[in-house]
Design a protein around this ligand. Structure first.
Ligand SMILES: [Zn+2]
Length: 699
């Protein structure tokens, strides 16, 4: 800041502020005054890295003052003056951290990562100061113990029970010595988890192959070559082609390149991330994380970390998850064996003279797909231009719920790539804001996700609108071609859009949301079901040059091929679920050798050597970022989404009544009442597993 620029009449107020805040950026911290942006959206055009720390410190200070006020209330504890007051506390901190952590994934930098390391212990200490605050807990407990006498509705009772449980699960019932150990564990754990994901990002960025011989590009589609050339250019290797450990880069290479040695080289770069015994190696970090989790949850009275994580979920126990996974595993494994045999036969017929290995799978799968269904992934891409897919999502939301999306160019964004739409109900009511950020950048984590800069709740009887995000790493446009998505990317796009709709539709009196982990993929995964329905394709899948709707024959081929390679897809996925569960069911990770343990678990379930788990231990970021003992959740949710989609099949694809019920019972309410109760309200019964098995050809 430049002190000399402060006009003297403002000096006293600023001086006061200076006493409470570090010097950096205090004169103009956008987080600390009204945003003055459309709808109060985050002022990205004014936020600088120096603003976060003072805003977080101020946020923590205000939050702590609110907590102190709840505790100091001379009146006895009531639902309103304790549970609701707690729910409404910490808004500034919530908003600052939502922005910071969204950008830490979508627009990161070394200073952002350093700052995250600096903030982690602040958050961890602050959270502990709340969750281990005896007097606060005593008030919550006082309300909880009287819960049957209070006249609470379902939503209030659910919030009370989960708030109470949250305290207990954070250690409120522990003695002082145990609590202080818990604080130490939390602090160390949060830093290590950050380090783990920083390492994965660094390893992803440094894992690539460079091709300087044109002949080595044989078999690759033009778009794939063009993108590799642009990647080369961006990396100061003009005239060369670079393939990276981003899925949009390595998967097409493995699918199309007949150069077996290069496939091996690239795939090895992908699956060795975090396991190279260099300074980004994650093995020791992972082990330490697991040891800390074991200690933490033993302190809290659980046998293993998995027991702790499963308790509030729909699945309830590790045993139930293991049984569920096994039920899918057996038919999937048998199917994958048959698929591998078919590929080996093809290799032998071509006199390849080698045994199928993991880096060959995509290539031979693509060949077989073409031979059996005359269907080539690159034949499909022209019909999935990004803009068309996006319009398809919007059309679907309009048909089901009457939503309207209007692009806004005046809402600040954190990167010029980001596009913003306001989302309105059919009657014009503003539902929320949607930020869309589709393309890979080297300051962005891989994968796709949906989050938000602000959740929704009611303030003075008025709904505060949510700001949802949809972030992906989709195939980029190149000089001559627009962004043409693979089918997988189109599905991902609809998926994340479903999460965003869930955020936008949420209609909750309170800010807290307690959606069980294994239910949260229901709103997203159900959207994927529409992508390939012929009625739906007609609405959006048009050729980017001719405008012709995807031909019926191609759709037919697509549908016929939808069961193709499902053994692989399911096995690759489930293998990671088993790995996740195995790590979290350990009772002594200290004695474990990371590589050997993974192999042991894979051997234990009989994984065939031609398939590797989708995520291996050293880059399995999900299980340190909210999906601990929870990767199975996607599959569990798939049971729900397959069963829920049947409700549309039973009526019609765009049935307004079914859509309204799905919105009212699930999308608007998930996390505010018991998930199974909500589901039963929508479907009239519990979900059945058969629609999932049928969809994957495993029945
Ligand atoms: Zn998802």
């Amino acid at each position: 800041m430049n002190k000399n620029r402060i006009p003297s009449k403002f000096a006293p107020a600023l001086l006061l502020a200076l006493l409470c805040l570090p010097l950096a950026a205090v004169d103009d911290n956008p987080f600390l005054s009204p945003y003055n942006t459309p709808y109060g959206t985050p002022p990205f055009d004014r936020i600088q890295i120096g603003h976060y720390l003072p805003a977080v410190q101020e946020g923590i200070k205000r939050h702590q003052a609110e907590i102190d006020a709840i505790v100091a209330n001379p009146k006895g504890a009531t639902f309103e003056n304790t549970v609701v007051a707690l729910d409404m506390s910490g808004q500034l901190l919530g908003e600052v951290s939502a922005v910071f952590y969204s950008l830490l994934s979508a627009a990161t930098s070394q200073p952002m990562q350093d700052l995250a390391n600096e903030l982690a212990p602040l958050f961890s200490t602050h959270n502990d100061n709340i969750s281990l605050n005896d007097k606060l807990f005593a008030r919550v407990k006082a309300v909880y113990d009287r819960r049957s006498k209070l006249k609470l509705d379902d939503v209030q009772r659910y919030m009370l029970e989960n708030t109470y449980r949250g305290f207990v699960r954070s250690g409120a019932l522990l003695d002082e010595k145990q609590k202080s150990r818990l604080r130490e564990i939390n602090k160390e754990h949060s830093l290590l988890a950050l380090k783990f994901s920083d390492n994965v990002l660094a390893e992803t960025n440094s894992s690539f192959i460079v091709i300087d011989n044109k002949e080595d590009l044989a078999g690759l589609p033009d778009g794939v070559i063009a993108e590799a050339a642009e990647t080369g250019k961006a990396m100061d290797m003009e005239g060369k082609w670079v393939f990276t450990a981003q899925k949009t880069s390595w998967i097409p290479f493995l699918q199309y390149s007949p150069r077996r040695n290069l496939r091996e080289a690239l795939y090895t770069r992908w699956f060795m991330r975090g396991d190279r015994d260099n300074d980004k190696d994650n093995k020791a970090i992972l082990q330490k994380l697991m040891v800390l989790r074991e200690e933490r949850y033993r302190l809290l009275g659980y046998k293993t970390p998995a027991d702790f994580y499963l308790e509030p979920r729909m699945a309830k126990s590790p045993a139930a998850v293991n049984e569920f996974l096994m039920r899918l595993w057996k038919p999937a494994l048998a199917q994958s064996r048959a698929e591998a045999a078919e590929m080996q036969k093809l290799i032998d017929e071509e006199k390849g003279g080698f045994a199928l290995r993991s880096w060959d799978w995509w290539y031979y799968a693509e060949k077989l797909r073409k031979a059996k269904y005359d269907l080539d992934d690159s034949e499909l891409r022209p019909y999935f231009k990004l803009e068309n897919v996006q319009q398809g999502m919007f059309t679907l939301a309009e048909k089901l719920w009457g939503l309207k999306f209007v692009e806004r160019k005046d809402i600040p964004v954190y990167d010029p790539d980001v596009r913003v739409a306001e989302v309105r109900e059919g009657d014009g009511t503003l539902l929320g804001i949607l930020y869309m950020d589709f393309f890979p950048r080297d300051n962005k984590q891989g994968g796709a996700w949906s989050g938000g800069f602000r959740g929704t709740f009611y303030k003075d009887g008025k709904r505060v609108i949510p700001f949802a995000t949809l972030v992906g790493n989709f195939t980029k446009p190149t000089a001559g071609t627009p962004s043409l998505l693979s089918l997988d990317e189109a599905l991902t796009s609809f998926h994340e859009f479903g999460h965003a709709l869930n955020t936008l539709f949420t209609d909750s009196r309170y800010r807290s949301n307690f959606a069980p982990q294994d239910s949260v993929e229901l709103p997203s995964q159900i959207m994927e079901h529409w992508v390939l329905e012929p009625e739906m394709l007609k609405l959006y899948a048009r050729h980017f040059q001719t405008g012709e709707v995807i031909p019926a024959a191609l759709v037919e081929k697509l549908r016929n091929s939808s069961l193709f390679n499902q053994g692989f897809e399911t096995v690759e996925f489930l293998a990671s679920c088993f790995l996740d569960m195995a790590w979290h069911q350990l009772e002594n990770a200290l004695n474990v050798n990371v590589s050997r343990f993974e192999k042991q678990v894979m051997d234990g379930i009989g994984l065939i050597p031609e398939i590797l788990p989708r995520w291996s231990s050293t880059y399995f970021t999900h299980i340190h970022g909210g999906y601990e003992a929870g990767y199975y959740s996607y599959m569990w949710s798939e049971v729900l989404d397959c069963d829920a989609f049947e409700a549309f099949k039973e009526t019609s694809l765009f049935d307004r009544k079914t859509a309204a019920s799905f919105r009212r019972n699930i999308l608007a309410k998930l996390g505010t009442e018991d998930a199974m109760t909500l589901y039963k309200r929508f479907r009239g019964r519990e979900p059945k597993v058969e629609p999932l098995l049928k969809k994957r050809g495993l029945l």
